[in-house]
Design a protein around this ligand. Structure first.
Ligand code: AMP
Ligand code: GLY
Length: 423
């Protein structure tokens, strides 16, 4: 089989690594890919949003399956375009990807289907939004309705911060159209985790739970990022909570999308906070999480392309998981998530059997060395019997990055994250 992976981050490198293991896959292409991917697959110079070019490439190269990593092409209708051209692709249609593309849609959908989530209201008028904030007080969460490259959520600890956030979205058009409508929601207190599932219509096959670390610095300090590390599974989660999310959140969402004539196919991602009143949804995504994928896929024993074929052909796949835990720690450019220098050479590092390296914002330069061109550069991961051992293996490897002033990483990945008021 020939497989095309769309995207250029760590998530996509992880997908490529999983495909390399498959004895059914003969050729792997990535558009556009990254430095690390180029060592394991053929990178194609087409951006993830150049949908027509991707269709032409897949048709010309007789690609058997296309797997889409990021949300933007999904929300722009890449799956619809491939289906129209009779090409096999794994991901939701535009109509289904709206579950991630519009927070207002997702909230109203959850309400219609009695899926537990934070209370909320939606506004386009700034004065009404401000009145709502005054009435409800802080902490309170402000979300741009549309896609804002992970920057559209403000967890406001004071009323002033909340007002500033709605003003920047509704009056100053900080996110353009994506922020011309805002969802204001109740702050949920509790531990956060991610549960993703393969979905085809009303059929749901959950992956292992994972936990992402979104803040830039240790002890969950500093600005929000795309994710500084993750681990899977999540030791402090009760099996009953996972089952509740599977049955009352993912299953209900899949069935709700079918009922609303927007059947979802692909990966459905539920971002959850385990509150005192049970697990509640903070977001749905229409794709694999980044960096969760980089710790979940290494634990999957099945052939990924076989799972996708089975899910799509309505044959129930039996997912098998390695015992133990995976941890992944992101190495980021100094300055991230703010501004940072580009084309900085990576320090040379030696890979070992105890860990694995996933590339994100890298390119392979002419002299066969890697350069950093993105905020998140690498993820170093390890799978071990215990979370402590996995932690040790990763941080042993990362000693090779301690001497550099150009990159940084968190030292506390693998510790429990608790979302506490006023923290
Ligand atoms: P997002 O950019 O959608 O991934 O959200 C960023 C972060 O905001 C999440 O990972 C949560 O930690 C936090 N968050 C989002 N919604 C809520 C909420 N209703 N209550 C508390 N924290 C939230
Ligand atoms: N890890 C969060 C996301 O992929 O959106």
């Amino acid at each position: 089989m020939k497989v095309l992976v769309v995207g250029s981050g760590g998530r996509e490198h992880s997908i490529v690594k999983k495909l390399v293991e498959s004895n059914q896959v003969s050729n792997i292409y990535a558009a556009p890919g990254n430095g690390g991917i180029s060592a394991e697959a053929t990178c194609v110079d087409i951006r993830e949003t150049e949908i027509d070019k991707l269709v032409t490439f897949a048709r010309d190269m007789q690609i058997d399956w296309t797997i889409v990593g990021p949300e933007v092409p999904l929300i722009e209708g890449i799956v619809d375009a491939f289906q129209l051209a009779d090409l096999r692709i794994f991901g939701p249609t535009k109509k289904a990807a709206i579950i991630e593309g519009s927070k207002d849609f997702a909230k109203a959908f959850m309400k219609r289907h009695h899926i537990p989530t934070a209370n909320y209201a939606t506004f386009t008028d700034c004065d009404q939004a401000k009145a709502y904030i005054q009435k409800n007080g802080a902490p309170i969460v402000i979300k741009a309705d549309g896609l804002a490259a992970g920057k559209g959520v403000v967890v406001a600890t004071t009323v002033e911060q909340a007002i500033e956030a709605v003003e920047s979205m509704l009056l100053d058009n900080r996110f353009g159209g994506a922020g011309s409508r805002v969802v204001i929601e109740e702050f949920l207190e509790g531990k956060e985790f991610t549960l993703m599932a393969f979905v085809n219509g009303s059929k749901v096959y959950p992956l292992l739970p994972a936990r992402d670390h979104k803040r830039a610095y240790d002890d969950d300090q500093g600005p929000n990022t795309g994710g500084m590390g993750a681990y899977s599974p999540v030791p402090d989660l009760d099996q009953s909570v996972i089952r509740e999310v599977e049955e009352h959140i993912l299953q209900k969402a899949a069935e709700g999308m079918v009922q609303e004539d927007r059947p979802f196919t692909g990966i459905l991602y539920a971002g959850i906070i385990e509150t005192m009143n049970g697990p509640k949804v903070i977001e749905f995504n229409a794709r694999l999480g980044d960096p969760e994928t980089q710790v979940v896929l290494p634990l999957l024993e099945n052939d990924l392309i076989q799972v996708i074929e089975d899910v799509m052909n309505e044959k129930d796949p039996v997912l098998k998981w390695k015992e133990g835990y995976a941890i992944g720690v992101v190495v980021a450019s100094k300055g991230y998530p703010g501004t940072y220098e580009k084309q900085i050479p990576l320090p040379s590092f030696i890979e070992n059997a105890e860990s694995y390296v996933v590339h994100a914002g890298t390119i392979l330069a002419e002299n066969n060395t890697y350069q950093a061109i993105g905020g998140r550069v690498l993820l170093v991961g390890a799978v071990e019997e215990t979370i402590e051992k996995a932690h040790q293996s990763v941080y042993n490897f990362l000693k090779q990055f301690e001497q550099t002033n150009d990159f940084f990483f968190r030292r506390d990945i693998g510790r429990t994250k608790i979302n506490v008021k006023n923290s």
